[in-house]
Design a protein around this ligand. Structure first.
Ligand code: NAP
Length: 477
């Protein structure tokens, strides 16, 4: 049994007393334990972050950037163990785990190169002899609350910009997947981060996450997770001035028009629909296909979905992973059963796989009514809903017919149609002849409507959330 710590106020807290069991969903084995902390640990963590904040804010951005670069090297050095932990806690095939880990380390290197982005502007206004300059300043202790589906990538894309901007950060990882976040704060400690600058507090979201977010000394909360918990947090903070960034769910769609390259479209749709077994905020969850090519596309999608290989996640030949737990499997199966009741038909999958662990077959449901639950609500599992439309205008109407607005794609060889869909899409991300998932690091990422607060992660834009802008006017005449 692996024993993994939390890091609070510069101290490694080992899993004695109350613990969280970490289960590998690919084989139902409990393989690790972490401490399940309480409100006392939250107070100690916030005390330490508050004490560290002035010193870290006064550390020059280049020195903070150097810490991130050293951290990236240390994360590389522990990659073998960390990838294995990520593979097991998240139930990810090894290539998927290695890909997420590599992108997470690259996130630290990317922000290590962005110290110069903490710049300002100068104005010579209407008053002679006066010039104003703007400064991007740190805001104080911050909290990251992260989901189980990307246990490494989500903490990385919050920790790196928060620390570069001069703020301590406390990470509350999802209870199902608490190990990758600890690797990151531990590497930051090893790289020389002062006590309190980077911490993890593992434990229940309702207890630890809530107490962290509501502590009045916390300047900002970056939350990635479900829309319902995100909205509850926003409500709980509504009487405070604590900043909150919400990165929430999606009902992402790929539009496929009659003139698309159907093989290329099918490749991209399948990759984005079934990576992480569909448990990805940007997973393709709907295919909106022009009726002329409906059958031809469906045939290609089914062939590719049925070629995915579930099994031992340590094997290179495994290309498809399990769901995180039984509750998620029941949720996914419930969506499929209700879609059948709504008149849709399962073309492939639609059932649990006969393997130990929580496995559900890659599923395609056709004949989905555009007003039905499966067309509008996030499943967060390996279920692709296929909807038929008449033309590009009809496709746009269906594309925007959900409460969400995270990611979308259009497949076409017609430039006019491509830009018409991109310009009309009510989603924060649009890919033309590309997948809905897999956003590059410099690209601003975040959703509209029920998908979040439109406060971007990734890229230099991420630094805005973690800084405040001060205008300094000086008279020189
Ligand atoms: P979740 O249930 O909302 O949990 C997310 C995090 O919030 C976990 O760390 C959880 O801790 C914590 N939490 C739960 N209740 C809380 C409370 N009352 N106060 C404070 N924290 C609380 O979401 P999930 O099931 O882990 O993740 C799946 C969701 O995340 C999907 O909807 C997916 O679309 C979304 N997501 C969005 C993005 C994006 O960038 N837009 C990326 C990835 C995932 P516990 O684990 O201890 O409950």
């Amino acid at each position: 049994m692996r024993s993994v710590n939390a890091l609070v106020a510069g101290e490694q807290v080992s899993p004695n007393g109350s613990v969280l069991d970490v289960v590998d969903p690919a084989n139902a084995e409990t393989f690790a334990q972490v401490p399940s902390l309480d409100a006392d640990a939250v107070t100690r963590a916030v005390d330490a972050a508050a004490a560290a904040a002035p010193g870290w804010a006064a550390t020059p951005p280049q020195a903070r950037a150097a810490l991130l670069a050293r951290t990236a090297d240390l994360l590389d050095a522990r990659a073998e163990q960390a990838i294995d932990d990520l593979r097991r806690e998240g139930g990810k095939p090894r290539a998927e785990a290695a890909g997420e880990w590599g992108k997470s380390v690259a996130t630290f290197r990317y922000y290590a190169g962005l110290a110069g982005a903490l710049d300002g502007r100068s104005f010579d206004g209407g008053t002679p002899g006066f010039t104003t300059v703007t400064r991007q300043e740190p805001i104080g202790p911050t909290v990251a609350i992260t989901p189980w589906n990307v246990p490494a990538a989500s903490p990385a894309r919050k920790l790196a910009p928060a620390l570069l901007a001069g703020n301590p950060m406390i990470v509350k990882p999802a209870s199902a997947t608490p190990i990758s976040a600890w690797h990151m704060v531990d590497a930051l400690r090893e790289a020389g981060a002062p006590d309190g600058v980077a911490q993890t507090v593992s434990g229940s979201g309702r207890v630890v996450g809530n107490a962290l977010a509501l502590d009045p000394r916390i300047a900002a909360v970056s939350f990635t997770g479900s829309t319902s918990v995100g909205l509850d947090l926003k409500h709980a903070l509504s009487h405070t001035l604590t900043r909150i960034q919400l990165e929430l769910g999606g009902k992402n769609a790929a539009v496929v028009l009659a003139d698309a390259d159907l093989d290329a479209a099918a490749d991209r749709i399948i990759a984005a629909a079934y990576a992480l077994a569909g448990q990805q905020c940007t997973a393709t969850s709907r295919v909106i296909v022009q009726q002329d090519v409906h059958d031809a596309l469906l045939e290609r999608l089914v062939a590719r979905a049925e070629a995915l290989v579930p099994g031992d996640t340590a094997e290179a030949s495994t290309t498809y992973g399990p769901l995180i737990d039984e509750a998620q499997l029941d949720t996914v199966d419930g969506f499929v059963r209700r879609a059948i009741d709504d008149g849709a038909r399962v073309v492939t999958g639609g059932k649990r796989l006969d393997l130990v662990g929580t496995w559900y077959a890659p599923t395609i449901v056709a004949g989905v009514d555009r007003t039905s639950e499966l067309a509008r609500e996030e499943v967060f599992g390996p279920v692709l809903a296929v909807l038929s439309v008449t033309d590009v205008d009809d496709a746009i109407e269906v594309l925007n017919g959900t409460p969400y607005g995270l990611s979308s794609a259009v497949h076409t060889s017609n430039l006019h149609h491509a830009w018409k869909v991109a310009g009309s899409s009510e989603h924060g991300v649009v890919a033309i002849n590309g997948p809905t998932a897999g956003i590059d690091l410099p690209v601003p990422f975040g959703g509209f409507a029920a998908s979040g607060t439109d406060s971007k992660e990734h890229g230099p834009e991420s630094l805005r959330f973690y800084t405040r802008l001060k205008s300094v006017t000086w008279g020189w005449a």
